[in-house]
Ligand binder design. Structure first.
Ligand code: DAH
Length: 359
């Protein structure tokens, strides 16, 4: 059947032809060659008139099938070309969920770096991180720490108190008519931790503290401290000194030295101020830098939290994170930490190596 063969060769040729088509004008030309007034399929269809009558139904079916197939091929190609035109207008494919290649990956804040490094060093020697609220009651911030009502630190000139009517659902209830305040030091976490359970205790607690200081190059009304408390049997000043020696050497390098000066804190006896010497650091030009306070936990504090002072001994220390960061990185103005200036913040990429590890 000659016409049948013609049809199948036409279909094969049409498929191959269309395969090569890349653009709309090429498609129009191919379409005209097939189904245009002078097209090959059109010509075959015209031949139907001269086909013997009895063959017409069978051949007619074949011709219709071929026509439908050609239509299908043409439509598929239209779709394909439409898509390629669209994507060439859109340019390279983009995955909008990928992070932007232009955005900076960001850096840790220098205070975060130093805080994490301190916690990481202390974790390695058995301390766990404890947390406490920034809004405190006078009990946790002062009374339980053996700091009497007339102590200068409690003066409203030094401490931010809330109005008497202020209520805080997530801070402990007030005892009597005591006031809520913004904690002036992280030492309040010592009391909270001891009231939670019996010794031994070994905690480190970093966090924000607040004082009514006028801001200048070395003061800020809001700064950060890190507090440590260790309670066990037979703890001595020697343990305290050894830990601080280790901590500062690990943070600032082996050339670092630590010194205690006798001082007074209500919650420790004996009490000391801690100085450190780190002359090997590039911008340090003072032999001794005061960095914090420490001492052996006062028996009165143990009694308040229900620990027997005849059995338990402990040391505590607290210090400013800003001062340490300034020493480590040679920063001369505390205000730089809070201004969010990317030119400043961008300089600490990976600075305290250990901190970025998340230690
Ligand atoms: N809380 C003191 C301050 O803010 C620092 C301090 C001194 C903390 C002695 C202590 C300590 O744990 O035992 O200046």
């Amino acid at each position: 059947m000659e016409m049948q063969e013609q049809l199948s060769s036409l279909l094969a040729k049409a498929a191959a032809d269309l395969q090569a088509v890349r653009s709309r004008p090429e498609l129009e030309a191919a379409k005209a060659r097939l189904v245009g007034p002078n097209g090959e399929l059109t010509a075959l269809m015209k031949q139907m008139g001269s086909v013997p009558k009895e063959q017409r139904p069978a051949l007619g079916k074949l011709v219709n099938e071929a026509k439908a197939r050609v239509q299908e091929l043409l439509e598929a190609k239209v779709g394909e070309i439409g898509e390629s035109e669209l994507s060439s207008r859109l340019g390279r494919p983009v995955d909008s969920t990928l992070p932007s290649p232009d955005a900076s990956p960001g850096t840790f804040h220098p205070l975060t770096l130093v805080r994490e490094e301190l916690c990481s060093i202390l974790r390695k020697v058995g301390f766990t991180v404890a947390d406490g609220p920034e809004v405190e009651t006078e009990f946790y911030c002062f009374d339980a720490l053996n700091t009497p009502p007339d102590h200068p630190a409690r003066d409203p000139q030094d401490t931010f108190y809330f109005p008497t009517g202020a209520r805080f659902e997530n801070v402990s209830k007030r005892r009597g008519d005591e006031r809520y305040l913004l904690r002036t030091h992280t030492s309040s976490v010592q009391v909270r931790t001891m009231l939670k359970g019996p010794p031994p205790i070994r905690i480190v607690s970093p966090g924000r503290v607040y004082r009514r200081d006028t801001t200048d190059a070395s003061h800020s009304a809001n700064f950060h401290q890190i507090e440590c408390l260790y309670v066990d049997r037979g703890v001595t000043v020697r343990d305290l000194k050894a830990l601080l020696d280790h901590l500062f050497a690990a943070l600032l390098g082996p050339g670092t030295k630590t010194r205690f000066r006798p001082h007074y804190f209500g919650y420790t006896e004996p009490s000391f101020e801690v100085d450190l010497s780190a002359l090997h650091l590039p911008k340090v030009n003072k032999e001794w830098i005061e960095i914090g306070g420490c001492g052996m936990v006062d028996p009165e504090v143990f009694r308040t939290v229900g620990y027997d002072p005849e059995v338990w001994t402990g040391y505590a220390f607290g210090m400013g994170i800003e001062r340490l960061a300034m020493t480590l990185y040679g920063i001369d103005d505390i205000r730089l930490f809070y201004q969010n200036d990317l030119r400043f913040l961008g300089q600490f990429r990976g600075a305290a190596q250990g901190a970025a590890r998340g230690g």
